[in-house]
Design a protein around this ligand. Structure first.
Ligand SMILES: C[S@@+](CC[C@H](N)C(=O)[O-])C[C@H]1O[C@@H](n2cnc3c(N)ncnc32)[C@H](O)[C@@H]1O
Length: 196
C-alpha cells in the first residue's frame, strides 16, 4: 500500500500536509482549518481498514479528504470502497478536488450532510473512522457500535489531545462489553474498538 502510492496522490497529500502545517503554525486565525490527521495516523488507519472483516467502510468527518486518501489506499488494495461524510460545503468542495486530483473517485463515495442521518442506513459496518466535532462523538458511537459486524473496528481520533471533553464517551467505550477497546498513543490518540 505505502510502497506504490501514485505521484498524483502523493502530490495531493503533500499539498494538504503543507496547508495543514501552515494552518497550525503561523498563528493566523482561520475559520476553516483542515484539522487533519498526521501521516502516521493515516498509515495506521490504512493497515487497520485493510485488516477489517467483510462489511462497509465509513468515515465521519472528511474535511479536505486527507484521511480518506489513506483509507483509499487500503480500499484499492482490498478491492473495496469507503463512504465518507462531511457537513460543510467548503470542505466538500475541497474533498471533491482532492478525490479528483488523486484519482480515487472509483473507491470513494463522498456523502454531503450530517453523518448521523445517514449511518442508520448501514447495517453491516466493518470499519469506521470517527473524526468530527467532539459534540457528535457519543451519538456516532451509539449509532455505529450496534451496526458493526463481529471483528469490525471503530477508530475515533483525538482520544488524547481532546481527552477531557471526550472522557465520558471514552470511559463508556473502554467499559463497553460489546467491544474490546484501548487508546493507542499515535498522532492525536486513537480510540480503537473491536466488536466482539
Ligand atoms: C477534524 S476534521 C476531519 C479531518 C479529516 N478526517 C482528515 O484527517 O483529513 C472534522 C470534520 O468533520 C466535519 N463534521 C463535523 N460534524 C459532522 C457530522 N455530524 N457529519 C459529518 N461531518 C461532520 C467538519 O465539518 C470537519 O470538516
Amino acid at each position: 500500500m505505502f510502497h506504490s502510492i501514485r505521484p498524483a496522490m502523493l502530490d495531493r497529500m503533500h499539498t494538504l500536509e503543507e496547508i495543514d502545517a501552515r494552518d497550525r503554525g503561523d498563528g493566523t486565525p482561520r475559520l476553516q482549518r483542515l484539522r487533519q490527521i498526521p501521516p502516521d495516523t493515516g498509515k495506521f488507519l490504512a493497515i487497520l481498514a485493510a485488516s477489517a472483516p467483510a462489511g462497509a467502510w465509513v468515515e465521519i468527518g472528511t474535511s479536505a479528504g486527507y484521511s480518506t486518501l489513506w483509507l483509499s489506499l487500503a480500499a484499492e488494495q482490498m478491492g473495496h470502497s469507503v463512504t465518507t461524510f462531511e457537513v460543510l460545503p467548503e470542505k466538500i468542495a475541497l474533498a471533491q478536488e482532492t478525490f479528483r486530483l488523486a484519482g480515487v473517485e472509483a473507491v470513494v463515495k463522498l456523502v454531503e450532510g450530517d453523518a448521523r442521518q445517514h449511518l442508520t442506513h448501514f447495517d453491516r459496518i466493518a470499519f469506521c473512522f470517527l473524526d468530527a466535532e467532539k459534540e457528535v462523538y457519543a451519538d456516532c458511537y451509539d449509532i455505529v457500535i450496534p451496526r458493526l459486524v463481529s471483528g469490525g473496528l471503530l477508530i475515533a481520533d483525538n482520544a488524547i489531545n481532546h481527552r477531557e471533553v471526550l472522557q465520558p464517551m471514552l470511559d463508556r467505550a473502554l467499559s463497553d462489553d460489546r467491544v474490546d477497546a484501548l487508546i493507542v498513543p499515535i498522532g492525536n490518540g486513537e480510540l480503537v474498538c473491536r466488536k466482539r
